[in-house]
Ligand binder design. Structure first.
Ligand SMILES: [Zn+2]
Length: 344
């Protein structure tokens, strides 16, 4: 190689070395790790091309019991943002994973740690002292809040704001993404025509004040659509659930959870309790039993054989069922399955 060529090669290498970190930074995505697939799905929807999201849970397991595997600690080692459901859902494993990751950026109370439950509507917040004899009761309220679409909307806002805080240069992008996601969610909830005419924010405000009828019953108004219209005929209907994980869905769409197969949250069904549920189902003519696919079918099938109740296996987490590929399709699936069973 001639001295000239050598010099060229040296210059070229030096140039690449100098340019690499710059390019890498410009293209660098925020590394987000979430505890659940639902948070991951919302983070992907809001973060778009600016984030790389992984979830600890797969969506097919009981979210209360996740083993703190070393691979999770490796996955979080380089994370820029950790997002948890909160309300103590992750109490059994979060600390172990965060400690094991040795990543100071995502410690609790740092900008790299987001509790997605900030500002969500909470149900079943205990007003009395709680102890272990009451089962798996969470002192901050029922943690299964993400299947209320209103809470999905709030989680999206929380994630959008935190992503913007971490990378202010992308703040506008995240704000636009949040707006687009909320618009899609509102259209799925109320129907696109009504959202187009009245606006999603206003429809939610009316729904929360119990004043939606005043608007949708007006002559000339577009019809109510979406999830709310699909569930409307079943308001006041009683259902049985396996675990206390459907309270938010029931509350939002006006269903009543009359009984649970677990005698207390997190305690497996006992023969005596199942017998009580069977009596109740018969007496109150309850038609639908709702359960996540990861629970045993034994007790539900027994109740079904004794009463004819329809057992609906339905995931309440993204990827818990093949069609639940993101947050909106998860909610589509729940509404479709539950309304189809209630219509029978
Ligand atoms: Zn639970």
């Amino acid at each position: 190689m001639s001295p000239f060529m050598k010099r060229c090669l040296w210059l070229w290498t030096a140039c690449i070395a100098a340019c690499l970190p710059m390019n890498a930074k410009a293209d660098e995505k925020l590394r987000v790790v979430t505890t659940t697939t639902d948070l991951a799905a919302i983070a992907r929807a809001i973060g778009g091309e600016k984030v790389e999201v992984t979830s600890i849970a797969t969506g097919r397991e009981d979210p209360h019991f996740i083993a703190a595997k070393p691979s999770y600690m490796m996955a979080t080692r380089k994370a820029d943002l950790w997002i948890r459901v909160g309300l103590e859902l992750e109490i059994g494993y979060e600390e172990l994973i965060l400690d094991g990751s040795r990543n100071a950026k995502i410690r609790i109370a740092t900008p790299g740690h987001l509790d997605a439950s900030e500002g969500v509507l909470r149900l079943e917040v205990p007003t009395q002292r709680i102890d272990r004899s009451m089962g798996d009761i969470h002192p901050l309220g029922n943690p299964h809040y993400w299947i209320d679409p209103l809470n999905g909307r709030i989680v999206a806002k929380n994630i959008g704001r935190r992503l913007a805080h971490l990378t202010p240069e992308n703040a506008e992008y995240f704000a636009d993404q949040t707006k687009a996601f909320q618009r899609q969610l509102d259209e799925r909830m109320f129907g696109p025509e009504l959202v187009g005419k009245i606006g999603g924010g206003k429809l939610w405000a009316l729904l929360l004040k119990n004043r939606l009828e005043e608007v949708i019953d007006k002559p000339g108004q577009p019809p109510l659509g979406g999830w709310l219209a699909a569930m409307r005929p079943y308001r006041g209907r009683k259902i049985v659930t396996y675990h206390r994980s459907w309270s938010y869905f029931a509350h939002r769409f006006g269903l009543v959870v009359a009984a649970e197969l677990e005698p207390k949250p997190g305690i497996p069904p006992s023969p005596g309790h199942v017998a009580d549920v069977i009596k109740r189902v018969k007496a109150e003519k309850i038609k639908v039993l709702l359960m996540e696919p990861f629970y045993s079918r034994k007790a539900p099938d027994l109740v079904a054989s004794e009463t004819g109740i329809i057992v609906v296996q339905c995931a309440n987490s993204v990827r818990g069922q093949p069609e639940a590929t993101d947050y909106l399709s998860l909610m589509d699936g729940i509404v479709n399955r539950v309304s189809a069973a209630l219509s029978r």
